[in-house]
Ligand binder design. Structure first.
Ligand code: ADP
Ligand code: MG
Length: 505
């Protein structure tokens, strides 16, 4: 287990204003689409990119008299997510109606969980470099329906509505305002996305809008944040603005930078920041006001009369807990402690669960974590990236790469020959050991053969011999020549030894 207390917190980002220094306070509300084949309250499909309005059940279209029926799998996914964030699971939760009108919302309300969310307090450890991490507290996760999509750019005179997304299950994951800079905010989203993907509860596809977030930003003078921590009095913090619907790590950072400077300029000018909802315009690099901040009572929230309170059993939660996968922090810590990897390498290998699985299969095939890490990170990832492959369609399988590494370990091939072998396996496939055998690539450890090669080189280079006897550091030249003459197949350690002996060093 990872002990996050062993980590040092990063320094908050300090932004110089015209008159004083300022710090950032950021809280994120992430909307993560639940990975599920069916919607939250209907059996309609959630397939992305389907023909418009083809994945719409009567209840999604709000036909009169239709009633929602909760999808147990979506509830399990929310519980699994809560457990993955070390959060409290609420055995009783309830659904509320959030009322508003929009053409892509046929019901005239969104079914959400305001008063009694399914998941309570949890945490995410956000790594900010070796030994440095921010603990960001999770306030709650609630389940809610997504809305449909209005399409305004297909016709000059008309707008269209696609209800395929209407009623798809979302988890809204709300953080406490514990994030202290733009890089931390992006790292938080990346870490959350990583955990969700490990759990299999959200595919994390930001381009498709399956993971998007509202970014709350305020600025305060140094020390104010600590006073809020001590007293719990939000009055110590600045007024926040909420930037809606961000689905790019880069834009999240840019929007926060811009927003911080905008708020600082207002306050330093003697004005006050107005709490409001803003939109980020990536072309202009600016946020602009969208609407004044709405309050819960504006939506006339009330318990949804169509749904009973959601009661789940502790035993059911325990079953889910028993089937949890190993999560990134634990996997990374294990790679460091059990396989002897550096924290950096362990971080690279655990970033995506598919990479970690591939790496572990390589280790299983060769029994050497460090060599496997080197080969996977340097040779395999480099090659995959160069040729635009995903790890899932790597031409070299974990068993093949493990086989190559096993041959190095056994002393059958040198590191240099291993690269040639990797090339052959990459382009032609095949069993590494069989290829080495068939093509005579085996390292020569036959001492008499090496001895003969050393004798030949010594005989042909009397001047070099004199130099090496005077300066033993030059003996490496002979080793190099012998290995070269053998086509890279002579075992370097054996050659070294024989060269030294023959030169009388
Ligand atoms: P609402 O639904 O009104 O947006 P929530 O309580 O659901 O309110 O979420 C508010 C978000 O704003 C949370 O992520 C919280 O961490 C964040 N937040 C609260 N106060 C501040 C602040 N002073 N500065 C920045 N973020 C804040
Ligand atoms: Mg909100």
């Amino acid at each position: 287990m990872l002990d996050h207390l062993a980590y040092k917190a990063p320094e908050p980002k300090v932004i110089a204003g015209a008159k004083a220094d300022w710090e950032l306070v950021i809280g994120l509300e992430v909307h993560a689409q639940v990975a599920s084949n069916a919607k939250l309250f209907s059996g309609a499909s959630t397939t992305f990119g389907a023909e418009p309005n083809s994945n719409v059940a009567f209840v999604d279209a709000a036909m009169p008299g239709m009633l929602p029926v909760i999808n147990e799998f979506c509830v399990a996914q929310a519980v699994r997510t809560g457990l993955g964030l070390k959060a409290q699971i609420n055995l009783t939760s309830a659904f509320d109606r959030k009322n508003y009108f929009y053409p892509d919302l046929p019901q005239g309300y969104q079914i959400s969980q305001l008063y009694h969310p399914i998941v309570g307090e949890g945490e995410i450890i956000v790594d900010m470099g070796p030994g440095v991490a921010r603990r960001v507290r999770i306030e709650r996760i609630h389940l809610e329906q997504d809305a449909g999509k209005s399409i305004h750019d297909m016709d000059p005179n008309m707008s269209f509505v696609d209800l395929n997304r209407t009623g798809v299950a979302l988890m809204e994951i709300v953080s406490r305002p514990d994030i202290r800079g733009p890089e931390e905010a992006a790292a938080y989203v990346a870490k959350l996305r990583q955990i969700l993907r490990y759990l299999g509860t959200c595919d994390g596809n930001m381009q498709n809008g399956n993971l998007r977030c509202d970014v709350n930003v305020s600025v305060c003078r140094p020390g104010a944040y600590e006073r809020w921590q001590e007293t719990g009095d939000f009055g110590h913090l600045g007024t926040r603005c909420e930037i809606k619907n961000m689905n790019s790590m880069r834009f999240i950072q840019q929007a926060i930078e811009y927003e911080a400077r905008r708020q600082i300029a207002i306050v330093e000018d003697g004005g006050t920041v107005v709490q409001e909802t803003r939109l980020y315009d990536p072309d202009k690099g600016e946020t602009r006001s969208m609407r004044s901040k709405e309050e819960a009572h504006d939506y006339r929230y009330f318990p949804c009369p169509d749904l009973l309170p959601l009661e789940i059993e502790q035993a059911w939660v325990d079953d889910i807990a028993a089937s949890m996968p190993e999560l990134p922090d634990e996997k990374k810590a294990r790679f460091v402690s059990d396989l002897g990897l550096s924290e950096y390498d362990a971080g690279v290998l655990t970033a995506e669960v598919e990479n970690a699985d591939f790496f572990e299969a390589v280790v299983a095939a060769c029994g050497d974590g460090k060599l496997a890490a080197n080969w996977v990170i340097n040779e395999l990832f480099g090659r995959l990236k160069k040729e635009g492959h995903e790890i899932g369609d790597s031409p070299v399988t974990p068993a093949q790469l493990g086989g190559i590494i096993a041959l190095i370990k056994a002393g059958d091939i040198s590191g240099k020959i291993a690269k040639d072998l990797f090339e052959i396996v990459w382009t032609e496939g095949g069993d590494p050991a069989a290829i080495v055998e068939a093509r005579g690539m085996k390292q020569v450890t036959d001492l008499s053969a090496i001895e003969k090669a050393v004798d030949d080189i010594i005989a042909a280079n009397p001047a070099q011999v004199e130099k090496a006897k005077a300066n033993p550091k030059l003996a490496g030249w002979f080793t190099g020549q012998v290995i070269k003459a053998s086509g890279g197949k002579a075992n370097p350690a054996a050659v070294n030894e024989i060269v030294a002996k023959k030169l009388g060093l």
